[in-house]
Design a protein around this ligand. Structure first.
Ligand code: BG6
Length: 488
């Protein structure tokens, strides 16, 4: 994109804006992707927020950028693009009039409206944009999760936005799709004959997709205690990753083809109801524990409540009921306050069909492909090879390791930067279509219903561990173990 554009952040002084959006836009600036005279219009709730905004933005850059990324001169030059504006989103009147005048200084520009606000005010925000004639064929709206609380509320939100924006102008963010390795997963699958030929139930034993976090509530207690890990992480990030692993090759790398394939996967997910939910899912909640030698409070202490049934951890076994994946379990796991921060996809291949070496040569480990999204971005393939330290015929696993930070020295992954720039240049392929949201909720809702009618407390796990024992048992029942980063 070489043309200047305007991005309006509703919720400009919120956590998401300071932590993610402002740093992402700074990085865009440093890479010459914020053309001169482009504006970052940050909506503030009141005059105090507005007057302190530029200083807060600068502090946020210093705090949230990686080491060495903050440069005073660049930060100052970037901040000249930032326009804090006082706006009460729900009040149509003088505030919106001022906003309209500001935006209409450049009528021909691409405008990205970023809704970093609670979904309850998405509707009124879009309505005011339309009322002040700020929606045209060059405008797009970016919406952040959580998109609803269940299928009905998600549908209501989508309906509301659709009154003012065409589906092609709605960019629903799942920031996991902006992670470079996630895109690499598609490149790996669809450009290499060696993987795609072996990407099905004939060769693959099972798949593990884990997102473990070491953080706790991070000041979002109210939201999180209502949502829980299934809604916060599985409905979106984990199911999106599952779709990318399980989908058929799209006809072309274009949004409509990719989305169509993802929807087919979501439709093929085996529904879970009643007893299935008990058998295939584990809910957990952390209690106080240790992380890297430091005492970490339990969930209820962080929440400052005596009781909560909210899960901070989920592990589940899912099946994609189609020809390619028949009977291959997909294990999904996510949790807060776990032992390590890590997000990875593990493709566990089957054992060789016939052993040609005698037992003295050692055990044969089946091939394993690990696609790691964080903390570092890498792809590792483990295979059996001869131990070269001995003349004897001894076999041992050896790992091919493609670490992107080593290979691409200048590589700095920033999912938000990528997705914002995609929205600016009208590339929707890494965003979520309304149908995907609906299908994901259709699979998730019955799980939540079953949990609610069962009314069981979540299993407790100590902070700083890999979750409750029941999560290990889920895999042990099938003869497997979780692949825990750094413990192989
Ligand atoms: C968000 C969730 O979508 O993703 C948070 O709401 C979670 O609870 C975050 O911490 C994890 O993102 P990342 O990129 O840090 O793994």
């Amino acid at each position: 994109m070489t043309e200047p554009f305007d991005i309006v952040i509703f919720g400009g002084a919120g956590d998401l804006s300071f932590r993610k959006l402002i740093p992402a836009l700074y990085r865009s600036y440093c890479e010459d992707k914020l053309p001169a005279s482009s504006r970052v219009i940050a909506c503030c709730r009141n005059a105090q927020e507005q007057s302190a905004y530029l200083q807060h933005a600068d502090e946020a850059l210093q705090e949230y950028l990686a080491e060495g990324e903050y440069r005073t001169e660049a930060a100052q030059a970037f901040i000249e693009h930032v326009y804090p504006v006082e706006l009460d989103i729900t009040e149509s009147g003088a505030f919106w009039q001022t906003m309209a005048e500001l935006l209409n200084e450049y009528r021909q520009r691409v405008r990205v409206y970023y809704l970093a606000i609670p979904p309850a005010i998405f509707g009124v925000c879009c309505q005011n944009l339309a009322k002040y004639k700020l929606v045209d064929e060059r405008s797009r709206v970016v919406v952040e999760k959580p998109l609803g609380y269940n299928a009905d509320t998600a549908n209501a939100i989508n309906e509301e936005i659709a009154r003012y924006f065409d589906e092609s102008a709605i960019y629903r963010i799942d920031h996991y799709l902006g992670k470079e390795t996630v895109q690499n997963l598609m490149a790996l699958r669809f450009t290499n004959v060696i993987f795609e030929q072996l990407w099905d139930a004939k060769s693959i034993d099972h798949v593990q997709i884990s997102i473990s976090e070491t953080v706790g509530l991070e000041g979002r207690a109210g939201f999180y205690n209502e949502a829980g890990a299934l809604r916060d992480m599985v409905q979106n990030h984990l199911l999106q990753l599952l779709c990318l692993v399980a989908m058929e090759s799209p006809h072309k790398m274009k949004a409509s083809s990719i989305r169509a394939e993802k929807v087919k996967v979501l439709e093929s997910l085996r529904p879970m109801r009643g007893d299935d939910v008990k058998r295939h899912t584990v809910r957990g909640q952390y209690v106080a524990g240790n992380h890297k030698g430091k005492l970490v409070p339990g969930y209820l202490e962080e929440l400052a409540e005596a009781q909560s049934n909210t899960e901070t951890f989920v592990a589940l076994r899912a099946y994609v009921d189609n020809w390619r994946w028949a009977r291959v379990p997909f294990y999904l796991r996510t949790g807060k306050r776990m032992k390590q921060r890590c997000a990875e996809i593990v493709i566990q291949y089957k054992e060789v069909s016939h052993r040609v070496y005698d037992r003295d040569a050692g055990a044969l480990a089946p091939n394993r492909l690990v696609i790691r999204l964080q903390p570092e971005e890498s792809i590792q393939l483990t295979m059996m090879a001869k131990d070269l330290d001995t003349l004897d015929m001894r076999l041992q696993p050896a790992t091919l390791n493609l670490n992107f930070s080593d290979t691409y020295k200048k590589f700095k992954s920033d999912a938000y930067k990528r997705l914002i720039l995609d929205a600016v240049s009208a590339n929707p392929s890494l965003f979520i279509h309304r149908d995907e949201v609906a299908h994901a909720w259709a699979w998730i809702d019955p799980i939540i219903d079953a949990w609610q009618s069962d009314a069981q407390d979540p299993h407790l796990y100590r902070a700083g561990t890999w979750g409750p024992e029941e999560s290990d048992e889920l895999l042990a029942e099938d003869g497997f173990k979780w692949f825990n980063a750094g413990e192989q």
